[in-house]
Design a protein around this ligand. Structure first.
Ligand code: URA
Length: 272
């Protein structure tokens, strides 16, 4: 790759909000952020030959003809490798050791459901049940999510079941003590989520909770502020709603009602 191609590549990722790029095969118990993608590009590139000394400008009697402008179409590399597939993403994740979350995990939770789904749900990260089974949303919060998807769909006359949608998380390994994923863990693992979304190309995404909203929308706003309106990840419409674990707390009954409204909205948008 030329220096210019690398610059365009890094700028493209920066525009997408990706601030850290892992090096394939690197072990990241101490993650290796690229300091400021474009600003610090020099640290990534081989040293350049010294610039030639400026030549004196020749004095011309007749101005030169206007130069023919060469239009360079920037060759932007897509976020995902060409011909990406869920299988390729799974293989790239491999026995991932790119961040500290690998240390205590049992199973990587890649995601599950219909890989051609029109609707994708994005959660935060695996809990204990998911870590043990390797499948997302199978614990109490998962059972509530399944009931909400299938119950709302059936009430609204939409014939879908949980296996018809796809469910994934921002991070694929369980954070210890169910703590929220850290920013570097989200950035490293989020790249795989983004590749999954690009491979599935759903009609809409439902972000479950503020971690998913933050990863997809790059916002610090909470769910209360974000829910009720459409947002976008790339060109894909995004609805933000409460995380099912939050709804399991008995004092959040109002949020439960709002979640049903959010689900109705996204289900009708996708399946009507
Ligand atoms: N919570 C999540 O965010 N994801 C899961 O897979 C399970 C619980």
């Amino acid at each position: 790759m030329t220096r210019e191609e690398i610059r365009q590549f890094l700028e493209f990722y920066q525009d997408l909000g990706v601030k850290t790029i892992y090096r394939r095969g690197s072990s990241l118990s101490a993650p290796e952020p690229l300091p400021e993608l474009v600003a610090d590009l020099n640290s990534l590139l081989p040293p350049m030959a010294p610039a030639p000394a400026p030549r004196p400008t020749p004095v011309r009697a007749i101005p030169p003809a206007a130069p023919i402008m060469k239009t360079t179409v920037p060759k932007l590399l897509p976020l995902a490798p060409e011909g990406d597939s869920m299988e390729a993403i799974r293989q790239d994740i491999g026995d991932c050791k790119r961040c500290r979350l690998c240390e205590a995990r049992n199973k990587i939770v890649f995601g599950s459901g219909n890989e051609g789904a029109r609707l994708v749900f994005v959660g935060e990260g695996p809990g204990a049940d998911e870590d043990a089974s390797g499948l997302p949303f199978v614990g109490r919060a998962g059972q509530l999510l399944t009931a909400m998807i299938e119950g709302t769909a059936s009430k609204e006359g939409i014939t879908i079941l949980r296996p018809d949608v796809y469910i994934a998380n921002v991070v694929k390994c369980r954070p210890p003590e169910n703590r929220a994923p850290m920013p570097d863990e989200m950035e490293i693992c989020g790249q795989f989520l983004f590749r999954q979304l690009l491979a599935i190309k759903p009609k809409a995404i439902c972000a479950l909770g503020s971690t998913a909203a933050k990863a997809l929308l790059g916002t610090k706003d909470g769910v209360t502020k974000l829910r009720g309106n459409w947002h976008k990840w790339q060109d894909i419409p995004v609805i933000v709603t409460y995380h099912p674990s939050y709804l399991l707390r008995p004092y959040n009954q109002n949020a439960k009602r709002e979640s049903w409204e959010d689900l109705k909205k996204v289900l009708h948008f996708v399946y009507d």
